[in-house]
Structure formats: structure tokens, C-alpha cells
Design a protein around this ligand. Structure first.
Ligand code: ZN
Length: 113
């Protein structure tokens, strides 16, 4: 399950931060997720609770910040925002687009006690 390994990666990021900053408890974990990252947010929330159980982030709230997708349009030579990777260019309707952003998943910050 994609979301499970994702949360294991998040836990590693948290553990690195905890070791570096002598943190004792984490209240909130903020994640930035690009809309091309194809993450199931319900599955992610479930996996988050399972993976964080027994860790310093046990019971922490998961906040997700949506990052819009971006793509370069070959037709108008502009970078445009897309809600869906398969959408045509919103400016000219061309389908000749290359994604340039929106596939990222990263821990934005941690709210600690
Ligand atoms: Zn275009």
C-alpha cells in the first residue's frame, strides 16, 4: 500500500527532527501534497494513525495542504496550473503538456510541544 510506505517515510523525517531538536511530543504534522501525487487522503489518514502509533507523533493531527499541479504547455509556451494531470491547457485547450510540479509530497512542518 502506497500510503503506508509514505507514512513510514514521514515517520523517518519526524524521527530525524526529534533527534536534532530534542522534541518530546508532536501535536500536528503538516504535509504538502501535490495534486498529481495520486494520494488517497483517507487511506493516508488511516495509515498515518497506524504508523505513528507508539511513536512520538502518536495521536498527532495530520494536516494536508494541497499543492496545485503545474504543467508546461508546448502550444502557448507558458506554465499553467492544472487540477488534473489529464486536463488540457486552460489557456489554449492543447493536450501537449508536460507536468512541471504537483507530484511532490513533503513534510512542511511539525507543531511540537
Ligand atoms: Zn496552452
Amino acid at each position: 500500500m502506497h500510503e503506508m510506505s509514505l507514512c513510514e517515510g514521514i515517520r523517518e523525517v519526524i524521527e530525524t527532527q526529534v533527534a536534532a531538536h530534542s522534541i518530546t511530543k508532536i501535536n500536528t504534522v503538516r504535509l504538502e501534497i501535490g495534486c498529481f501525487a495520486s494520494v488517497d487522503k483517507h487511506a493516508l489518514a488511516f495509515a498515518f494513525d497506524v504508523v505513528m502509533h507508539g511513536s512520538i507523533a502518536d495521536g498527532a493531527k495530520l494536516e494536508i495542504i494541497d499543492i496545485p499541479g503545474r504543467a508546461m504547455c508546448f502550444n502557448c509556451a507558458k506554465e499553467v496550473e492544472l487540477d488534473d494531470r489529464l486536463n488540457p491547457c486552460p489557456l489554449c485547450g492543447s493536450g501537449r503538456l508536460v507536468p512541471t510540479g504537483g507530484g511532490e509530497i513533503r513534510v512542511k512542518d511539525l507543531e511540537v510541544v
